[in-house]
Design a protein around this ligand. Structure first.
Ligand code: NBP
Length: 511
């Protein structure tokens, strides 16, 4: 047997050790495709989703012990790696660094950005996937652009299940980041139809978070509409929960086919441990986290009549006055002795159509707000792509959104969904039912803020002449606010209505 000198053995040993060290270095350094900070429900599930699609993710969390817990439990056996610090995390990322924040919206996002900036290089990307306010996203986008960093604010919808198996993703911000994110984002997003991803670039600055905010507002509206249908079935038609569950199951096979109708049927069927329905035992006081309210505030700010979402937010506010309502119920009476004597099956179909028509109004209003925001901020929004992003993965996912996508495909410049041939016909077909439901509900004293506001909007929108002529005259009468004549729009004049007013008029502006 050939003998090697001690020196030669030592040299080979050193070489092998060097090679192993270098291999370990490259396997621990710059090996991750993307990092994610925030190991709560959304973060953990999004990491596992990215892992399933072949991306190596580096996980980090403010409380670092949660990184170890995650790696030893949910992420055990995956390619997910962890980091002990932000510096450690950045060192493990391929260039340009891609870092997703999924932490509590607000100060936590700014705090992490401040800590990350000194560790990053020009061209690196920070993505905020939380429910941030769109103005914060615009601010962050601008300030990071000055540091040559690319900031993206991405709406993420679909809750825990969506994050794990395919969310709707609505990214916006610095567009240079998109080519570096597109593959990951579109791989992990929900797919519809023939595999189209529910994710596309939304627009500049806070556009992604604005679209997510409107999505959440529409979600408030959809939920309120379903609640009003439930109230009518329960209190006008006196149906029991199992019957109502069956109706919602049926409705889910119609134009109303959607996640929220599906879960409503399941909720209505759900039995408590004692074998009785759980739903009637739940306290009727609704909570809210604020995105519906933000949508309504934006609508007021940009002068867009998004009445249905506004009513849905106020309906939650009214519901939360539970103690006051209990007191009021003892002294304030409604209509007495009015009983429904019509055809139950026909009225159920009427309710279904009222819900469908009101839903069309709500989405028409939501897209009006998007259009107004695009004008306001100079964003170029692709409305068909937005409908597709909401078509799957998110809480408002529905077959209906496919129809909205088709409407914008027919006419990308469509001013209002109500002016599209499919939707104008759909509303027309529902109109008689819708009016029957609203009048029956009013006669029976059932609160239906969303059904009624939708119908009022429809009637207002379709009227060539509204009584705002009187309103303008009143404004001019008491405040010299001026008005235009139909025959001469654009020229504002003042009338001395009383004979003792002056000729001076107030300046004219729109609030
Ligand atoms: P949470 O909104 O509960 O946030 C938990 C994460 O935020 C943890 O990583 C926590 O770190 C971190 N955090 C907090 Br709380 N305060 C912090 C601070 N001051 N500084 C740094 N980190 C802080 O988690 P989530 O429910 O997974 O939601 C994450 C984001 O996604 C939120 O913006 C949420 O609005 C949004 N979102 C949630 C859902 C949903 O269904 N839950 C759906 C869509 C979007 P710690 O572990 O050290 O406390």
């Amino acid at each position: 047997m050939r003998k090697f000198s001690r020196d030669r053995i030592t040299a080979v040993k050193t070489l092998i050790e060097t090679l192993i060290f270098e291999r370990n270095q490259t396997s621990t350094m710059a090996q991750a495709d993307i990092a994610l900070i925030g190991l709560a429900v959304m973060g953990q599930n999004l990491i596992l989703n990215m892992n399933d699609h072949g991306f190596v993710v580096c996980a980090f969390n403010r409380t670092v012990s949660k990184v170890h817990d995650f790696l030893n439990n949910e992420a055990k056996g995956t390619k997910v790696i962890g980091a002990e610090s932000l510096k450690d995390m950045v060192s493990k990322l391929k260039k340009p660094c891609r870092i997703i924040l999924l932490v509590k919206a607000g100060q936590a996002v700014d705090d992490f950005i401040d800590k990350l900036v000194p560790l990053l290089e020009p061209g690196d990307i920070i993505i905020d996937g939380g429910n941030s306010e769109y103005r914060d996203t615009t601010r962050r986008c601008k300030s990071l652009k000055e540091k040559n960093l690319l900031f993206v604010g991405s709406g993420v919808s679909g809750g825990e299940d969506g994050a794990r198996y395919g969310p709707s993703l609505m990214p916006g911000g610095h567009k240079d980041a998109w080519p570096h994110l597109k593959d990951i984002f579109q791989s992990i997003a929900a797919k519809v139809g023939t595999g189209e991803p529910c994710c596309d670039w939304v627009g500049d600055e806070g556009a992604g978070h604005f679209v997510k905010m409107v999505h959440n507002g529409i979600e408030y509206g959809d939920m309120q509409l379903i609640c009003e249908a439930y109230h009518l079935m329960k209190d006008v038609l006196c149906m029991n929960h199992d019957e109502m569950a069956q109706v919602f199951e049926q409705w889910n096979k119609t134009e109303l086919d959607s996640f929220l109708i599906e879960i409503t049927a399941n909720i209505l069927k759900f039995k408590d441990a004692d074998g009785t329905n759980l739903l009637p035992k739940i306290r009727d006081s609704a909570g809210q986290k604020g995105t519906g309210k933000w949508t309504a505030i934006s609508a007021l700010e940009y002068g867009t009549p998004v009445t249905l979402i506004g009513e849905a937010v106020f309906a939650r506010c009214l519901s939360s006055l539970k103690d006051e309502r209990v007191q009021a119920s003892k002294s304030l009476s409604g209509p007495q002795g009015v009983k429904f004597t019509g055809n139950k099956a026909q009225f159920l179909e009427d309710i279904r159509k009222a819900l469908y028509a009101s839903k069309i109004i709500s989405y028409a209003q939501g897209f009006m707000l998007l259009r107004q925001a695009a004008l306001e901020f100079g964003w170029s929004l692709n409305y068909g792509a937005i409908a597709l992003m909401w078509r799957g993965g998110c809480i408002i996912r529905s077959v209906f959104l496919g129809k909205i996508k088709e409407a914008f495909d027919r006419n990308p410049e469509l001013q209002s969904l109500l002016l599209d041939s499919f939707f104008s016909k759909a509303v027309q077909d529902c109109q008689d039912s819708w009016r029957r439901v609203v009048s029956t509900g009013v006669q029976q004293g059932i609160p239906m803020p969303s059904f009624t506001t939708a119908l009022s909007f429809y009637d207002g929108y379709r009227h060539e002449m509204l009584p705002a002529n009187l309103l303008q005259a009143q404004r001019d009468y008491f405040g010299a606010h001026t008005y235009e004549l139909l025959s001469n729009p654009g020229t504002f004049i003042h009338t001395n209505w009383t004979g003792h007013g002056g000729k001076v008029s107030s300046s004219s502006y729109n609030a």
